[in-house]
Unconditional design. Structure first.
Lengths: 240, 240
């Protein structure tokens, strides 16, 4: 199949592109800069696509900042929450309608190149607190993808039944190097190890390494990050 | 109601913003530059919003050109068809998935400012050849607008039962000056009077003037435009 795969540069979407390529699909990737302060992820996206020898289109939609307000990912005046996500802290990381915008751009690309499908790395751990991660929303967008043009295409979520830990295992199976992926929302040069998405990354590698001892987390974390032992002892909550 | 209204600078969306304001709604407008060669329309959008004393957000998504291909509106290598639209000539003017992208950006804006609705100027004359102008697509997007965030909003199409002629009459009723709107796709300094959208504009003014003789078309057309008498005699087809 000819597939356009959304690629943020994070571990989920990067492993998805690698996995689709591994399965023999003709994969093109697309990444979107929408004003996220962690725009470093897109450099990782480009690097992974180059490693996988698949095309990467980087679409700069930075002007979208004019319509986004109140998300800590695009507005420096909103504090980035630290520690394991709970309902309130996660709400600060919502970018209004981001998923519909990303999917609509990927669908446009897929129509342009007559692809069979758009793939994205929604997974079982996606928090249902994000309204645009819900099953009901995915169903509607899938219908929209079939109605918006003469060229029909499917929206597919190959990882929808997988956890983030399963995704680490999948990357290991197909020898895709997760060192070339970026998760942190804090905007620094190394992963902070403290924000909600860093904690999920560390937990995923830890759980995967319990299943497959060969798996090690290759990520460089800031010196302010707690140790894995501390994190495990504190049930992945920050203590200070 | 607090409404975000998509404003391209054309006669339909400009009259819609004016009409919503006239009805007493709190209207914000949003226009998107997606690489259209007729970007002059956005200067008209800005001018109309200023005249109406309503906010206008101009979102520059010019990088979308990287995902659009094959449309004469965004690709200088594709010729702009002249004359009254037919199925084939109109297909060249389709920008892949444009409406989903525009709506998704307007929905993001509406969520950000907690608006009650997003309005757009789909009308009875919208050609069903455009897949993303079909009723089935509008229904799906309306459902998507209710599922993509905690904040629920409606997508509304106040002109959906109106023709372009009716829209000219509506502008006249509320004393909205259509001289400050732009239709032409040819990218020149004045309306070419020959492309499909110019011909629809001229026809709409002509039919409206038969109903209300006070209505005159204030548009300046190129010297290469045929006369109205010729157009009427030729059933709005170009003869040369």
């Amino acid at each position: 199949m000819k597939i356009v795969s959304l690629l943020s540069g994070g571990m989920d979407s990067s492993t998805l592109a690698a996995s689709l390529k591994h399965e023999g699909h003709e994969v093109s990737t697309i990444g979107v800069y929408y004003g996220q302060s962690h725009d470093r992820e897109l450099a990782f996206a480009e690097r992974s696509a180059a490693m996988l020898e698949i095309p990467f289109t980087n679409v700069n939609l930075s002007s979208l900042q004019a319509v986004f307000a109140g998300s800590c990912l695009t507005d420096k005046n909103v504090a980035l929450p630290e520690g394991r996500y709970d309902e309130e802290s996660m709400k600060a990381t919502v970018v209004p309608n981001r998923n519909m915008i990303l999917l609509s751009v990927a669908i446009a690309k897929a129509i342009s190149i007559k692809a069979d499908a758009v793939a994205y790395a929604a997974h079982a751990g996606d928090h249902t607190i994000y309204p645009d991660c819900r099953e009901s929303f995915a169903d509607i967008m899938n219908r929209a993808a079939k109605e918006c043009d003469w060229h029909k295409l499917d929206l597919v979520r190959p990882f929808i039944t997988q956890t983030k830990e399963d995704i680490v295992v999948r990357a290991h199976e197909i020898e895709f190097n997760l060192a070339n992926t970026w998760s942190c929302y804090a905007g620094g040069d190394v992963h902070c190890g403290r924000c909600g998405t860093c904690i999920e990354r560390r937990e995923a590698f830890h759980l995967a390494s319990l299943r497959i001892p060969d798996i090690v987390d290759p990520t460089q974390y800031s010196s302010k990050a707690p140790s894995i032992t501390e994190m495990v002892a504190n049930d992945w909550k920050l203590t200070d």
